[in-house]
Design a protein around this ligand. Structure first.
Ligand code: BES
Ligand code: ZN
Length: 447
């Protein structure tokens, strides 16, 4: 174990780089500058690009003709730490316990991409150069849909030209089990506001005479699914790519099944679309989720009020070949057509990202599989898709014309986005080894 490497990782975790919260804007700038200073000290030509949102850090070695150009992508932004009270230690004061690092961003994504940074540093120290032309791109808006990165890709297309992209921002199916993801779900966000009376009303004086917006909202939300867990929006499944037989067979062998789903989630029982396993439901089937719901009295005790409005935040997880804009339009039409009498519905569409799937047997994927095998010896590489989203991945394909390899290092119980997020020290150092193996393999992907 290299204590200096671990200490630097912990320093990186101390920045509360919460991208969704304007109060943290400066923390993101400081975090980006800290990373840039590290990359410059390693000898990489590094630029911190301001955007209308949070900065993008781009670092390169000296590019030579005739070598493959590999982009490594990561994100230094993190999700909010809330609910704070449920953390066993402060989210931005990293703590090591039982060989796990606990902090917001430890797994998603600082630990995963910083391991690559340190792998690059080791190779540069030992060999004075890398086997490939490297572009390291670390952004600060992944957790809010990478809003400004797409424009950045378009305007810097020439300097970002590469042969392929590698990302460690996904999961491993079990500890020590090398895992290559060949697909991601997409995501589309929407906020729904149901408005009724002009102001809150006494529920005794007026209750019964006007529609309650909270009642209208839950009735409306209940129309999104049928009793079997399918999304009941007309046309929602029209373009869904069916699972292939080889995938269903391969996923039967994945050492993470329904019992593990129950265990990790703590849910009383599993529930989802009939005819699919939990892995199939999360990796290859689309969903509609209510992320938050509110309105009316939320304080201690009781209050007899009829709220003037209620809201819900929704996201839809999409699979190939669903398109976010098409799905949002279908959902909007569905909700508007079912707006209960006596209220108005306002709908705002938010960020979105397209789903992604690539060939796990392409020469580059095979190179990634060999690298994973070296970093985690002894087990065959599991080939999976992921339920989560990395919105920019399909944009990389569209704008730069390149495929992305997803070499995950997070464990199923890493608690990404939740209290007590964690990352095993062992996986952090495996990530350093993985980067070294990966750059060597990608230098000659067809061998
Ligand atoms: N690292 C995750 C994506 C992920 C999580 C992939 C789990 C595979 C398994 C990423 O940081 C993330 O959380 N993305 C968001 C994107 C959204 C906010 C636009 C997501 O999936 O919710
Ligand atoms: Zn995340």
């Amino acid at each position: 174990m290299n204590q200096r490497q671990l200490d630097e990782y912990l320093d990186y975790l101390r920045f509360p780089s919460v991208s969704t919260d304007p109060a943290h804007k400066n923390d993101l700038v400081e975090c980006a500058e800290w990373l840039a200073a590290k990359l410059r000290a390693m000898g990489l030509a590094t630029v911190v690009h301001p955007t209308a949102g949070h900065p993008i850090v781009v670092a390169k070695n000296e590019h030579r003709p005739g070598r493959r150009t590999v982009m490594i992508y990561g994100h230094y932004d993190v999700q909010p730490a809330d609910p704070l009270a449920l953390w066993d230690s402060p989210p931005f004061e990293p703590r090591i316990a039982d060989d796990y690092v606990f902090a917001r961003g430890s797994a998603d994504n600082k630990g995963q991409h910083f391991a690559h940074v340190l792998g690059i540093e080791e190779t540069l120290r030992e060999r004075g150069e890398l086997p490939v032309n490297l572009i390291l791109l670390v952004e600060g808006e992944e957790e809010i849909g990478s809003e400004h990165l797409e424009q950045f890709l378009a305007t810097h297309r020439d300097e970002l030209r590469c042969d392929l992209i590698a990302i460690s921002d996904t999961g491993m199916v079990a500890k020590g089990q090398p895992t290559l993801s060949y697909g991601l779900r997409g995501v589309a966000a929407m906020e729904l506001r149901v408005k009724g009376p002009a102001s809150d009303l006494h529920s005794g004086i007026y209750g019964g005479a006007v529609m309650n917006p909270a009642t209208a909202l839950v009735r409306l939300l209940a129309t999104l699914h049928d009793d079997e867990g399918r999304v009941a929006v007309s046309g929602f499944y029209d373009t869904v790519l069916p699972l292939e037989k080889w995938e269903r067979d391969a996923w039967q062998q994945v050492p993470f099944g329904d019992a593990d789903f129950l265990n990790v989630t703590g849910a009383p029982e599993l529930f989802g679309e009939a005819g699919y396993t939990s892995l199939e439901r999360t990796w290859a089937r689309p969903t509609a989720e209510i992320n938050g719901i509110g309105g009316g009295f939320q304080g201690v005790g009781s209050k007899t009020v009829l709220p003037s409005e209620a809201f819900a935040k929704l996201t839809f997880r999409l699979v190939p070949n669903q398109q976010p804009d098409d799905i949002l339009a279908k959902v909007r039409a569905h909700l508007q057509a079912r707006c209960p009498r006596g209220v108005r519905v306002e709908i705002d569409c938010g960020h979105s990202g397209e789903p992604y799937v690539t060939d796990p047997n392409s020469p580059s994927s095979m190179a990634a599989r060999r690298a994973l095998q070296q970093a985690f010896p002894g087990k065959d590489v599991a080939l999976i898709r992921e339920g989560g989203s990395i919105p920019i991945v399909n944009t990389f394909k569209r704008v730069l014309g390149v495929e992305t390899l997803l070499l995950g290092l997070a464990l199923p119980d890493c608690r990404a986005h939740a209290p007590n997020e964690n990352f095993p020290v062992e996986n952090f150092f495996a990530g350093v080894r993985l980067n070294r193996a990966l750059l060597n393999e990608l230098a000659h992907p067809t061998q």
